[in-house]
Design a protein around this ligand. Structure first.
Ligand code: 0XW
Ligand code: MG
Length: 369
């Protein structure tokens, strides 16, 4: 019947290659992931993962995820993996909120469901539009020459889209970085400028007006939807929301209020693959372009990202993003998920298309059956 028989939770440290990873409000020196192994009564194994980008990027954190999973797990034993929607409602009946923790279980259940039927997760989510997806690269916060050099290098590698991190400092320096990147890569790539909530409305307006000659998307400039809305019709650039979309309802609200022109969408923030397909379809109904990505995370998160990204209409998929550029170790050496030529290939095998080597995760932190 494919019911959940066991749930096991592991920890996985993800050292940051070429670290630290810098954004306007946080500098990440390391990331720790929480891995969920789901075993069904028919012996199928599904894998899920959640790896918050530290405790500040969003109202989520490592131990919060583990505590939420501990709250959920006992009530999920016996639940069917054949009905992801019902599993999600069962989780909501056990714990209010904590989408990011629920996501790890949702992803594991989708992996198990695909393996149960012998189909890929992208087929479960509606079907793959294509097998090769455009990726984007996110620079860190840095000085004009350094960031322009990184942008040129990634453009040379074939990335079609580059996100330049700004914010948390004198906006004049951010303006200089954006101009230097534009001078260096020009229209070779699609440019995004992401402040990760750090700018005031006036700073964001100043950046946009000072760079009105440069075609970029302005991502999450301010902390709240209301602050973004206050400059919505004064800026010279399309606006994407990222951090403000913590639920399907937030996405509906942003579209309904006309606050943005698109989204940076994170699978675990929204609760996993199942709620993310609802967001994908809402965006399609209003022709809202978006990325498919996640915070941090290893190959399980990356595979989930690519499977969902494959199902997005090409006209609406801005790009996909994974943490892989900052990771040295793959979970499944036989099925690594690597960017090549600025693009990702969608995994081929059933479920997520990867089978993590269990020794990669060490002993379980907790087990439920
Ligand atoms: C570039 N990202 C996908 C990676 C970091 O988690 C932040 C995020 C973003 O777009 O802000
Ligand atoms: Mg962002």
């Amino acid at each position: 019947m494919a019911r959940i028989k066991e749930l096991h939770v592991y920890s996985k440290d993800l050292p940051i290659l070429g670290g630290p990873y810098t954004m306007s409000r946080i500098t990440l020196h390391s990331v720790t992931s929480t891995i969920v192994k789901l075993v069904t009564d028919t012996g199928v194994v599904g894998w899920g993962e959640v790896a918050p980008s530290g405790p500040v990027y969003q109202p989520q954190h490592l131990l919060g995820a583990r505590a939420a999973i501990a709250e959920l797990a006992p009530g999920l034993i016996g639940a069917s993996v054949l009905s992801p929607k019902l599993l999600g409602r069962r989780m909501d009946g056990l714990l209010n909120g904590h989408n990011y923790a629920k996501a790890a279980i949702d992803i594991a259940a989708m992996d198990a469901l695909g393996k149960h039927y012998g189909v890929r997760v992208c087929e479960l989510l509606g079907g793959a539009e294509r097998e090769r997806l455009p990726a984007y690269y996110a620079t860190g916060i840095g000085d004009p020459a350094e960031i322009a050099r990184v942008a040129a290098d990634k453009a040379d590698q074939g990335y079609p889209r580059i996100q330049v991190k700004v914010g948390g400092r004198d906006v004049a320096l951010d303006i200089a970085v954006v101009n230097k990147v534009w001078e260096t890569v020009g229209t070779r790539v699609q440019l995004v400028v992401d402040a990760n909530r750090a700018m005031t409305a006036s700073q964001a307006l100043r950046l946009s007006l000072a760079c009105k000659h440069i075609p970029f998307t302005l991502e999450q400039p301010c902390n709240t939807m209301e602050e973004v809305a206050s400059i919505r019709h004064q800026v010279c650039h399309p606006i994407f929301l990222d951090e403000n979309t913590e639920s399907v309802s937030d996405v509906l609200r942003a579209i309904g209020l006309g606050v943005c022109d698109g989204f940076g969408l994170k699978i675990t923030r929204l609760g996993g693959l199942t709620p993310m397909t609802a967001v994908r379809d809402i965006c399609a109904a209003r022709s809202m372009p978006h990325t498919i990505e996640d915070m941090c995370g290893g190959d399980i998160t990356a595979a989930a990202t690519l499977h969902l990204g494959a199902t997005v209409e090409p006209r609406l998929l801005e790009a996909v993003w994974t943490w892989g550029s900052y990771m040295e170790e793959n979970y499944d050496p036989a099925n690594t998920i690597d960017v090549n030529g600025g693009h990702f290939d969608v995994p081929k095998g059933p479920g997520l298309g990867i089978t993590p080597r269990e020794d990669v995760f060490g002993d379980a932190l907790a087990s439920y059956d």
